[in-house]
Design a protein around this ligand. Structure first.
Ligand code: DGT
Ligand code: MG
Length: 588
């Protein structure tokens, strides 16, 4: 990562730089104001209480006496007011930055390739969007402010001390280097712990997320006790790491505390001697003593600040990784717009493919052509590469060799977004959103009227069962389509794919869970759609492939047979055997 974390943060605070700098100056101001009270006190003491002319001054300069007291009260109010405004400013900037980064990250995630989603686990991504980002916000709102406060308070006090008596001030500073040394040692020790803690949180979130999404499997296998135990282990692990991280400071704290507590001792010893020798006045001694906390406390606070800083360090590294991640499949600089509707001609030319994270090739030298309006059926045993093949068309993945052309143009030359809009895809693993059925069908085309939604539902033989539901198209389906049968979900997913009026319709085992009767209805409907499209249909049933213009049989990533139903039966190969098997068993 090229950009440093603080620079990255600063860049993301764009639009709020001025207010943030004002807020920082505000923090300096209200801390410097802290020392005005002891300053006034010092004068009060020297002039009116313990000085040589105290009694006389009290009698003759009463207005100054009250003036100084009034100034003290006024300054206190003024300071509180600034503190208030300052807190608001820090909060505002941090929230606004958080909002901006979170939106940006979400956007980034949306635009990633399929590979990204198999690399990052959902729980980890959620941690980045929540806990990690909060640590980043905390940096803006609290850590920076605390550093400024501590520095402003300690340094303005030290300046004041130096002005009163530089020798005494120097004596008090002797302790500072030792405290800094301890803080550096602490930092080196705690930094890896924060990184580990952050990892454990992601593991914990992943465990919770996977378990909640997979609740049906857990219940089906009665694995609740196992899952509870598994989560418990993660939770314990996280709690333990959290405790260890928090307790790290305790190893250093006694030394810092002892050193900080030595300050008043130095003041008492050296300051006392100076007082006896009239090097400082009683008022000055009182000022030293009244302000010693303003040097000691920031030093005590350094541990806390360092802790939070390391938390930010670990979290921001994760956030920035996502922030700067780029999809690998991008538009070419001269990518062409798809102006009208695509004809829908698909051509695979010697396409080979393998997933990056595995060495096993999945597709070998695939070549075929689907002419506009044709139906191509793809068949083959499970794991032979059917889904992988169709995922190359919307450029979810890039072929390792060969090229894919749509309307005689290499798909890499199209704008990715537009290419995908021309394709209607009903995936094998149906996912419906927690929305109404109407909303789910119109997902790719939000401007669709209910009438049109119904039309597409009719094409996919879904209108009947949807209309029978008490709330019809307004029925809200649960997360991932809970509340619907497998076949019902498939039909809604088919309607969704049709609703974008694609030039290319891809159905990945979309009718596998519907009964033969309904499947037949769907096939008839697909033949009389009110728009032209090329169809690629992955199916295992002969009833789905029979009427295709071409059937491709895939085996271990190779096309082993290609032709029409009749041609392939005549060939007596794999397809022939499947036909025999299915018609024999199904009695057709
Ligand atoms: P199906 O749906 O069970 O009938 O099988 P197909 O033909 O759709 O198989 P497909 O294309 O999903 O998988 C082909 C091979 O590729 C199989 O060995 C599993 C592997 N594979 C699938 N998806 C991924 C992936 O995301 N990453 C890796 N590394 N391998 C994958
Ligand atoms: Mg598949």
């Amino acid at each position: 990562m090229k950009t440093s974390k603080m620079k990255w943060l600063w860049e993301n605070m764009k639009g709020y730089h001025v207010i943030y700098i004002i807020a920082i100056f505000g923090a300096i101001l209200y801390n410097v104001l802290q020392i005005t009270i002891p300053y006034v006190t010092q004068h009060l003491i020297d002039l009116f209480l313990s000085g040589k002319h105290a009694a006389e001054n009290l009698a003759t300069r009463r207005d100054l006496f009250f003036g100084l007291i009034l100034a003290m009260v006024g300054l206190t109010f003024f300071r509180t007011f600034i503190v208030y405004l300052d807190c608001m400013a820090f909060e505002k900037v941090s929230q606004a930055t958080l909002y901006k980064i979170r939106n940006y990250l979400y956007d980034k995630i949306q635009r990633q390739d399929m590979k990204f989603y198999s690399t990052y686990r959902t729980g980890d991504l959620m941690t980045r969007l929540t806990g990690d980002l909060d640590a980043v916000r905390h940096m803006i709102a609290w850590v920076v402010r605390s550093v400024v406060e501590s520095l402003a308070l300690a340094s303005s006090t030290m300046i004041y001390f130096f002005f009163m008596n530089w020798k005494l001030a120097l004596c008090m500073l002797i302790i500072a280097p030792l405290i800094f040394l301890i803080i550096v040692l602490f930092k080196n020790n705690v930094a890896p712990k924060h990184r580990l803690l952050r990892e454990k949180l992601a593991v914990l979130n992943t465990a919770a997320q996977e378990n909640i999404s997979g609740n049906r499997v857990v219940k089906a296998f009665a694995r609740e006790p196992y899952e509870i135990e598994k989560f418990n282990t993660c939770n314990k692990d996280y709690a333990q790491t959290n405790k260890e991280t928090a307790l790290t400071w305790l190893n250093y704290f006694p030394f810092v505390e002892t050193l900080a507590n030595l300050m008043p001792v130095v003041l008492l010893a050296v300051g006392g001697l100076f007082l006896i020798h009239d090097e400082i006045s009683m008022g000055q001694y009182a000022a030293f003593s009244g302000l010693i906390w303003a040097v000691a406390n920031p030093m005590r606070n350094l541990g806390n600040i360092m802790n939070e800083f390391q938390r930010f360090n670990a979290a921001s590294a994760k956030v920035m990784e996502l922030y700067y991640s780029e999809p690998e499949i991008v538009d070419a600089p001269d990518a062409i717009e798809i102006t009208g509707r695509l004809q829908g001609k698909i051509e695979f030319r010697n396409v080979s493919f393998g997933y990056e994270d595995s060495d096993i090739p999945v597709l070998h030298n695939i070549s075929f052509t689907a002419n506009p309006g044709e139906t191509i059926a793809i068949m083959g045993e499970t794991g032979c590469g059917k889904t992988s093949l169709i995922h190359l068309i919307p450029r979810f993945y890039e072929p390792t060799e060969g090229e894919i052309l749509i309307d005689d143009v290499d798909i890499r030359k199209y704008k990715k977004h537009e290419l995908r809009k021309s394709i209607g895809l009903a995936t094998q693993d149906v996912l419906l959103y927690s929305d109404t059925i109407d909303g789910n069908i119109a997902y790719g085309n939000a401007s669709l009227s209910l009438e049109d939604v119904r039309k597409y539902a009719k094409y996919s033989a879904a209108d009947d069962f949807i209309s029978k539901m008490p709330e019809g198209y307004d029925t809200i389906v649960g997360e991932r389509g809970v509340g619907l049968s497998g076949g019902q979900k498939q039909r809604i997913s088919l309607a969704r794919a049709l609703a974008v009026k694609p030039s290319i319709l891809i159905l990945d085992d979309t009718t596998s869970a519907v009964d033969l009767e309904t499947e037949k209805i769907i096939q008839n409907e697909l033949n009389c759609l009110d728009f032209a499209c090329t169809k690629l249909i992955i199916a295992q049933r002969i009833s789905s492939t029979r009427n295709a213009d071409k059937i491709l049989v895939l085996q271990d990533g190779h096309i082993i047979e290609a032709g029409t139903h009749e041609e392939l039966i005549a060939r007596g190969g794999y397809y022939h055997d499947v036909v025999m098997l299915q018609t024999g068993e199904e009695g057709h």
